[in-house]
Design a protein around this ligand. Structure first.
Ligand SMILES: Nc1ncnc2c1ncn2[C@@H]1O[C@H](COP(=O)(O)OP(=O)(O)OP(=O)(O)O)[C@@H](O)[C@H]1O
Ligand SMILES: [Mg+2]
Length: 453
């Protein structure tokens, strides 16, 4: 529901407009002239301004100009009488969204304003929605057959329709943001926004203003009034990412707001309720931070109502291949390539690797591999060397063994080259290797140096 400022010196028309909008649940504030309206604009945030072009003290156009500089998100509608259309057009250049000519049907104004409110809502939602994961799919998929992943999917389904605070913990790249998105997309409030707050990205001096908003002039640099992320989230979800990075004194402020369930914008006077559900995420062990006094225990308990833990990929290796198969076509689409799968040898290598960067690293490796392959099938030699020698990273192979295998490989390649008189294309074909793989080995073993031996 929107907040509407109606500016008109004619009490009768204000009354009609007020009735129309209050009936459909909006809040209407009225002002009779420019001065009164500008005072309201200083202390309140509005979604829509409806003003007559002719006001007793100054012009409505000036008011539009003032409103748009103080509250750029406001949608302004000017009401013109015959003969003032030119002024209305001028108002549009100051950022008015629409004008409507007197006499008008009340319902015409009603529909106009509803449309403006709706598009403002969609704008807010879209500018904040983390759509990088959606990748054109309407459902957010949490892939993985491991018991751990099944449990996560169960928890997500259970918690999604509720209003409990959620704490998602897991190493970097394990899918915390994806889980938050999955919860949001499955919840009743999925027509409401999901607002992401990257806690370490906000300088601590701006933290309160970012979260709770501010009124113009409330501090140096507050050139306009703005809603904070809590308010933008509405009845939707707010993701406090990397929550461990909030400094202690701001942790207390956040706690107070979560306890009171309302706040005021900096420099503002109205109470704004907290209606959004809080989803916090961290790659740190918050409990440990609590024990060492770096995170408030009361805030921890308030956030940790419904914990979800994401295990590292290395202890749920049964998920690796499935996630890779799931990601490949999506990555291909985003790079404008076509993916035809991944060879057995490459799968075996990715299964043996430890994935310190978890699914994010897997994703990056696949993307790089697919680009190296120029699309099509990702093979062993499209993977980074440390993954090609994946078994090694688990300490299953000794350095001596690797050295020996390398020696054999080199001999095999040299033999193949000599056989065809150093025509690399033919040597590659005879060995059943792609050109790219072959050149990779030529470089790796410095084979050109053996040409005359
Ligand atoms: N189970 C899964 N199924 C499909 N894709 C996944 C899964 N887990 C993670 N991903 C993908 O892996 C990438 C990293 O996930 P995400 O950004 O959610 O991790 P994160 O835990 O938030 O990482 P960080 O701690 O670095 O912020 C994303 O591209 C995500 O889509
Ligand atoms: Mg993340």
């Amino acid at each position: 529901m929107g907040k509407i400022l109606v500016v008109d010196d004619e009490p009768k028309s204000v009354k009609l407009i007020r009735m129309r909008f209050e009936e459909s649940g909006h809040t209407v504030v009225a002002a009779a002239d420019f001065v009164e309206a500008s005072k309201k604009l200083e202390v309140e945030l509005f979604d829509v301004l409806i003003t007559d072009v002719r006001l007793p003290d100054r012009s409505g156009i000036e008011l539009v100009k003032l409103a748009k500089t103080q509250q750029p998100a406001v949608s302004a509608v000017v009401i013109t009488a015959y003969g003032t259309i030119r002024d209305a057009v001028k108002a549009m250049t100051y950022g008015a969204a629409e004008y409507i000519q007197k006499p008008f049907e009340l319902e015409a104004l009603g529909m106009l304003v509803e449309r403006l409110l709706e598009s403002a809502r969609i704008r807010a939602e879209h500018s904040y929605l983390i759509d990088q994961f959606l990748e054109g799919a309407s459902e957010v998929l949490l892939v993985g057959r491991s018991a751990a992943m099944q449990k996560v999917r169960e928890l997500v389904d259970k918690v999604a329709p509720t209003h409990s605070n959620i704490l998602i913990q897991g190493e970097s790249g394990t899918g915390k943001e994806l889980v938050a998105l999955a919860i949001h997309s499955r919840s009743v409030s999925n027509t409401q926004p999901l607002i992401k707050v990257n806690c370490p990205g906000i300088p601590s001096s701006l933290f309160e203003s970012e979260l709770f908003g501010h009124m113009k002039g409330s501090f140096t640099g507050a050139y306009e009034s703005r809603k904070g992320k809590f308010e933008l989230a509405g009845k939707g979800d707010i993701l406090l990412d990397e929550i461990s990075e909030i400094p202690l004194e701001l942790q207390s402020k956040l706690l107070r707001v979560l306890e009171d369930r309302h706040f005021t914008r900096i420099g503002g006077s109205t109470d704004v309720p907290v209606e959004a559900r809080i989803i916090a995420a961290t790659n740190k062990d918050l409990k440990k931070l609590v024990e060492t006094g770096r995170f408030r225990d009361d805030l921890y308990y308030r956030l940790n109502v419904f914990p979800i833990h994401l295990s590292p990929l290395r202890i749920r290796k049964e998920d690796i291949a499935e996630i890779a198969f799931h990601l490949l076509p999506r990555i291909a689409r985003s790079c404008g390539l076509v993916a035809d799968g991944i060879t057995e040898a490459a799968v075996s290598a990715i299964l043996h690797y430890d994935w310190p960067g978890n699914v994010r690293e897997l994703r990056n490796v696949l993307e790089r591999g697919l680009v190296l392959a120029g699309g099509g099938v990702v093979d062993l030699d499209h993977l980074p060397v440390e993954i090609q020698e994946g078994c090694n990273s688990e300490g299953m192979e000794s350095g001596k063994f690797v050295e020996k295998v390398d020696g054999y490989k080199k001999e095999l390649l040299l033999e193949a080259l000599r056989e065809v008189n150093w025509r690399k294309k033919d040597a590659a074909r005879n060995l059943g290797l792609t050109q790219r793989a072959f050149s990779h080995y030529v470089q790796k073993y410095d084979l050109d140096n053996y040409r005359n031996t």
